[in-house]
Design a protein around this ligand. Sequence first.
Ligand code: BG6
Length: 495
Amino acid sequence: MSTVIVIFGATGDLTARKLIPALYNNFRKKRLPEHVHVIGYGRKPFTSETFRVKMKEAVKAFAAEEYREEEWSAFASHLFYQQGELEGAQHYQSLAQRITGVAGTPNNCLYYLATAPEFSTTIVRQLAEANLLAETSRSGYRRIIVEKPFGRDLPSALALNQELLNVLNENQIYRIDHYLGKETVQNMIVFRFGNAIFEPLWNRNYIDHVQITVSETVGVEYRAGYYDTAGVLRDMFQNHLLQLLTLVAMEPPVAFEANALRNEKVKVLSALREISPEHSAVATVRAQYEGYTREEGVAPNSKTETFVALRLFVDNWRWQGVPFYLRSGKMMKDKASEITVQFRRPPTQILDTQAGKTELFTNRLTICIQPDEGIHLRFIAKVPDQGMETRPVEMDFDFRNSFGSKAIPEAYERLLLDALNGDASLFARSDEIELAWNLIDGIRAGWESEHASPLLVYKPRSVGPAAADDLLGRDGRWWIHNSELQRGDHPEPGI
Ligand code: BG6
């Protein structure tokens, strides 16, 4: 049986930077199905030959693995292009003919919607009308991968889910969040549930708080058209940061299997305390980097936030009272995605407190998602030859040292394979998306209310506005800049 992957939005950036390089790498590793055909679908008047030339450049530029001409040629023979509009039944009939022409029938079909979100409904409806989504006992599977953003608020996400579920079953739908495809994020699951020693400590009795930081050094780049209508809360929190939070906070699932995992994540999302408008000012900070409104394509009076920090609580038995501080921003000082689990202090201080720096006597686990992928556990050691002077030291696990430099494939490689293999564990289910939007919509409502604190401005290449420090400072805590600590250029504040 042959397998066809149709990429809608084939001339776009995602296809060139991520999808084709990921497929190429999977092909090199002999992980794609045997009779696979990739059809790029787009409006531009390309032939398959011109598409291949463009994709070859993309693979050279973006595939993590070494480029080899003979491997490319072998892969390119599986690559085709179909010109067509996104509206209009005739285009989908042509696509149906093309699929049969290229791959014969019956086939497995995976449709990848790498298109702007407003087209998702149209594409899915038209595919259904052209009978390209129906799974019969004789045909193979029909699956669809939907890129983020999945809606722009709860009502639009509900409507999109409804549209999809009108013509597909939930198990045919793969809502992508590329953070879940990152090796280091998957390793969180292994770390938590493959190591028994941390589990007894993983709760409100031993953990003081959790920090999740995703900071980027890039600005809005060439994506102002989308980004200026979205902002960082929709772009990063609704999906990536909340997904990371669920993996830190969830209960052990009964199996490593899509529904079991997703059930546990949904429980966390349903336990997240909503931020009411009255609490908006104490639980949220939003800011825009200086110069954002001068970026190409950004409205000159734009009030879109490019940095957000939040304080969240998971109202369940395990996490009652433990704050989860989340922050993400563009144009920040460092590119770093990391999770810090800060353990409580020992109940009594019998050791030298180094002139009152009691915060040094704490254990801390840092999970570095990128760059410098690894896990660091901080504990306290005695400085040799100095009475009983103590100092924090780190136990380090570094992915590249342990597994070699080729050990970290791109997230899309894994996710595309999982979708081809019918494993939805690392994709979001409709209820996860809806619960996440519910929280985000509440925060946005607070920002539009009379209780809102103003949109702040922060300097490019900084750690964000000072108000983000106050968010933790009010609770007697501070952001841990792990990458800076490792470079040794950011002393920790005293309490
Ligand atoms: C995307 C966002 O989902 O994730 C981008 O739309 C962001 O704005 C990107 O830059 C970050 O991904 P990564 O893998 O570089 O951390």
